[in-house]
Design a protein around this ligand. Structure first.
Ligand code: AMP
Length: 281
């Protein structure tokens, strides 16, 4: 069956009916901002394993961009995205307009709490509030049984899990591994902003994370990763942290168990994030 395109909430209700969702069939949601790549495709494939039908949302959410960020120049490639969704067997693509999503006088949104103000949140004030607000709206509109998110955005995933717990949302959250280029660069819609020179410099992010992953104590891990980043002058680091995967607080020296080594940096005019999951002790 062809993929159904739902451009507003009424068309989404109709798509759910056509697919039989709510009448026995289950639905998995993959929220995206479009400019789809192999990372998004891997999420769609995981979603297909988890439910009878897959919904992909494509929405560049104005609420999660700060002033001076790349909202207006964010890549919009709807026709190519639709082909990818069809090729991956999605049942419905939900691509609402900002006007359909937000009333001009909207008042209420989700707060990411203190966890939304650390790490990535310290550099992008309000970003996680805007992200959680749109994800909750998408959950309420699409009403999926399962939602799939990439571990590439590790703090986002941790906050979505918190929202599901704290607000008692009846949705299973699935985290998908980060898809990388053969040379290590994590796939991102923003990679298309990189010049050839930036692209080479950007490899320092994954190289730093992999260097950290070879060490065993928090101090050694941080030092090894920092040394790689310091050696690449074209990479302007916002933060490098070794954090608890659930809270994103920095782990102490005696930490054992899982930790996330995460980096954010600017390369030319492009801001990139990446992380790896480590097991300590
Ligand atoms: P975005 O369109 O960038 O907002 O991302 C939509 C979803 O795709 C999020 O859950 C991301 O974490 C996920 N994603 C983005 N890049 C990758 C990647 N390289 N590997 C796996 N998932 C990814």
């Amino acid at each position: 069956m062809d993929v159904i395109v739902a451009n507003d909430r009424a068309e989404l209700v109709e798509a759910r009916r056509v697919l039989g969702v709510g009448a026995g069939a289950t639905l998995a949601l993959v929220p995206t901002m479009g400019a789809l790549h192999e990372g998004h495709r891997s999420l769609m494939r995981l979603a297909r394993e988890r439910a009878d039908h897959v919904a992909v949302s494509i929405f560049v959410n104005p609420l999660q961009f700060g002033p001076g960020e790349d909202f207006s120049r964010y890549p919009r490639t709807f026709d190519a995205d639709l082909e990818i969704c069809a090729a991956e067997g999605a049942g419905v693509v939900f691509a609402p307009s900002a006007e359909d999503m937000y009333l001009p006088d909207r008042q209420v949104g989700v707060s990411a709490g203190e966890m939304g103000t650390i790490a990535e949140g310290a550099f992008r004030p309000g970003h996680f509030d805007g992200m959680l607000t749109v994800v909750l709206k998408l959950f309420n509109l699409v009403r999926p049984d399962v939602a799939v998110f990439g571990r590439k955005d590790a703090q986002q995933l941790a906050l979505i899990r918190r929202m599901v717990t704290d607000l008692d949302l009846p949705i299973d959250i699935v985290g998908a591994p980060t898809v990388r280029e053969p040379d290590g660069l994590a796939l991102s819609s923003r990679n298309r902003y990189l010049s050839a020179q930036d692209r080479v410099a950007a490899l320092a992010l994954s190289r730093a994370l992999f260097a950290g992953a070879e060490r065993s104590t928090p101090a050694e891990i941080r030092r090894a990763a920092r040394a790689v980043l310091d050696a690449e002058p074209a990479v302007d680091v916002d933060y490098l942290i070794l954090a608890d995967p659930a809270t994103f607080a920095e782990v102490g020296d005696g930490h054992t168990g899982e930790a996330i080594l995460a980096v954010a940096a600017r390369v030319g005019t492009t801001r990139l994030i990446d992380n790896v999951v480590l097991t300590l002790g």
